[in-house]
Design a protein around this ligand. Structure first.
Ligand SMILES: [Zn+2]
Length: 466
């Protein structure tokens, strides 16, 4: 079987480990088949297609381990509806949700708005080297069927996506059940597709996405301890366990939630989850900002998976997550955009810099570690298997980045150079599961102007109604 030899100047095969100069990879089908020095690969596989990437670095694609694709529609949403106009100093996390995000964004979303934002967002993400993501749609009035509609878009763009609906009882108990059922139905549909080996399935609605590939999957998701009852939370975990799926929730994003659980239940957020018996390796907790050493110990001991969103934590005034402590305790951590600023280079820069300033320690969060969080760490945090490294048998989810720096690149400075001085626009090519999605900096098969016009129309309706 012939393959493609990608021959760059530099290879990051195992994120965190030293980069290899003059090494490349062989891609066969949807996986990496071989890794080695470029000249050895050429000799070993003379019949392969050659992709010479001179002046470029080859790295695993980014995994945006937590996003809200619909969030694109709220970019620039006009004041006085913005959180800055209504934020309360006493509970910034609460006022962001109750005065702004719920009534003016989430509650107004419909399928067309979600799909329009998903399509443009995916285009921008893959343009910037993102090959996989986990998305959380919060739209209580878009039930049912919003995940199936969104999955069509994701599959058409050929990106590896995990979709979920953020079930909540804040609207009503009935609406909460609809949300959990939306996730369960979607998880089952995706699993059926994976088991059927890509065969078209007849007689079922909304399975077109499933016939194209198995890049799309689902997981269970609910909002928080302050919008969901204990019974509801246990139900989410029980349903997920039966399907072998993870369960996502936003956890301790600001001091509001731990104050709420302390007042209501006498314990902090993760102590409450542990008491419920749900803290464990199927728990996918995003944010984890306002947590104590005792909660970090619970997270590490129970194997809870964590996602870190340094920029959106700033946006909502939530604080600075104790990520270095979580990592030191052995927790699985990935990086995410939270649907805010979605350029993963900027997110890496913020993860690299914020903790140094906060801890007054230049040694914390080194570039190679941050690169690992943005790739393999994110994949592990959201349960993507064999994703995030470029070694034989792992998925060919990769990016080529312009490495023509003004100063010499070395094995000792490449992670820093790429993290500090590169952005989305420096990504030259992207492959997802062996398929080229970006070449020469252009997303293939996409009319971006048309996608942007569709989002403009959707944003007009979201902001002003109609
Ligand atoms: Zn979020």
């Amino acid at each position: 079987m012939t393959g493609t030899l990608i021959l760059p100047d530099w290879l990051i095969d195992v994120p965190g480990s030293p980069p290899k100069q003059g090494w490349g990879v062989r891609v066969v089908g949807d996986v990496v088949d071989a890794v080695g020095p470029n000249d050895e690969l050429r000799r070993a596989f003379p019949g392969d297609e050659l992709w010479v990437a001179e002046g470029q670095a080859l790295a695993p694609g980014f995994v945006d381990a937590h996003t809200h694709l619909y969030g694109l529609l709220a970019h620039g949403i006009p004041p006085p509806s913005s959180p800055s106009a209504s934020a309360s100093a006493s509970s910034p996390g609460w006022s962001f949700l109750s005065d702004f995000w719920w009534p003016l964004v989430e509650d107004r979303l419909d399928h067309e708005m979600i799909c329009a934002a998903t399509d443009l967002n995916l285009t921008q993400m893959v343009r910037g080297g993102v090959t996989g993501f986990y998305d959380c749609t919060e739209a209580p009035n878009a039930l049912p069927g919003c995940l199936a509609a969104q999955a069509e878009v994701v599959a058409a763009r050929g990106i590896r996506g995990i979709l979920s609906f953020e079930a909540t009882e804040r609207v009503s108990k009935t609406n909460g059940q609809l949300g959990l059922a939306e996730n369960l139905g979607f998880i089952r549909k995706c699993q059926n597709v994976a088991r059927s080996g890509d065969r078209p399935q007849q007689g079922e609605g909304n399975t077109q996405y499933a016939t194209r590939n198995t890049l799309v999957s689902g997981l269970m998701c609910f909002h928080t301890t302050f919008t969901c009852s204990a019974e509801f939370i246990r139900q989410a975990f029980e349903w997920a366990e039966a399907e072998g799926a993870l369960v996502h929730m936003h956890a301790a994003e600001s001091r509001f939630e731990p104050e709420y659980t302390l007042k209501r239940f006498g314990v902090r957020t993760f102590e409450y989850y542990d008491r419920l018996g749900v803290a464990g390796p199927t728990m996918q907790a995003s944010q984890c900002v306002q947590i104590t050493p005792a909660e970090i110990e619970i997270i590490a001991r129970r194997g809870v998976r964590v996602t870190h969103m340094p920029l959106s934590n700033c946006e909502v005034g939530g604080g600075i997550a104790p990520v270095p402590d979580l990592l030191a305790a052995g927790a699985t951590v990935g990086l995410g955009s939270d649907g805010y600023i979605t350029d993963m280079f900027e997110i890496m820069r913020s993860a690299f810099l914020i903790h140094k300033a906060y801890r007054q320690d230049t040694a914390t969060m080194p570039a190679n570690l941050v690169w690992r969080l943005a790739t393999e760490g994110g994949a592990r945090a959201v349960g993507l298997e064999k994703v995030g490294r470029l070694t034989p048998g792992w998925q060919a989810d990769l990016q080529l980045i312009d490495a023509g720096f003004p100063t010499p690149a070395t094995a000792g400075n490449l992670y820093d150079q790429l993290l500090l001085y590169r952005s989305r626009s420096h990504v030259r090519a992207v492959m997802v599961a062996g398929q080229v999605r970006v070449r020469d900096g252009v997303v293939l098969g996409v009319d971006e102007a048309a996608l942007r016009a569709r989002v403009h129309r959707a944003a007009e309706r979201l902001w002003h109604g109609g």
